[in-house]
Design a binder for this molecule. Structure first.
Ligand code: URA
Length: 205
């Protein structure tokens, strides 16, 4: 990312963006979510991860990737030699979109629509401008399409380095997709670790 002009501290800027995103009503998702879940991590950071949207746990806790997908994310980051505490972690969509199970109390994740993803892009784009990472890893299809456009496919692009927005973009699987996978689970987990290695290599190169 290009150098930034001197100005307010990055934490201060992120606080301002966080407050503005809290009040966002640009799509209907805020109506049924507990809260807006903003990104977390250091700024600047060399590596930024973009997930899809908060899940049930994240919606209640107010922090990204703290549920089952977050636990797997921690594991695969560690396997790739990446310390999560130095990574800025956020989501393409900041409110949890969900459906009630029929007759049940469980809230089931629902994919955000393209218009919801587009409405929310302003927030991760502002985070990106403040965090100024060298590498942006897109976790899953929603994040990949949010950054690279609606025709981008994780299955075709995963593990490759795509230059976009003055940052190296590395698409890969979403940890939740690995958790959901049946017979290909081990293979997908290995691929995810390999793709994170590609990202880590770019940081030292
Ligand atoms: N899945 C995501 O994409 N983001 C989270 O924060 C949690 C689960």
């Amino acid at each position: 990312m290009p150098d930034r002009a001197p100005g307010p501290s990055r934490e201060h800027e992120l606080d301002g963006i966080h407050r503005a995103a809290d009040g966002c009503r640009d799509c209907p998702l805020y109506e049924h979510a507990t809260q807006m879940v903003f990104g977390e991590g250091p700024a600047p950071a060399e590596l930024m991860l973009l997930g899809e949207q908060p899940g049930d746990k994240e919606d209640r806790a107010g922090h990204p990737f703290v549920g089952p997908a977050g636990a797997l994310l921690d594991d695969v980051l560690a396997d790739a030699g990446i310390d999560r505490s130095v990574v800025y972690v956020t989501n393409a969509v900041k409110h949890f979109k969900w459906d009630q199970t029929r007759g049940g109390k469980v809230r089931i994740h629902k994919s955000p629509s393209r218009s919801e993803v587009v409405a929310c892009s302003q927030w991760w784009e502002q985070e990106l401008a403040v965090v100024t990472p060298k590498v942006l890893v897109c976790l899953g299809a929603i994040a990949t399409k949010a950054v690279l456009g609606p025709s981008a496919k994780v299955t075709e692009l995963r593990g490759q380095v795509v230059e976009q927005l003055a940052v190296a973009v590395v698409p890969t699987y979403h940890p939740a997709a690995v958790l959901r996978a049946a017979e290909r689970k081990d293979q997908m987990r290995d691929d995810l670790v390999r793709d994170l290695h590609v990202a880590a290599e770019l940081l030292v190169g």
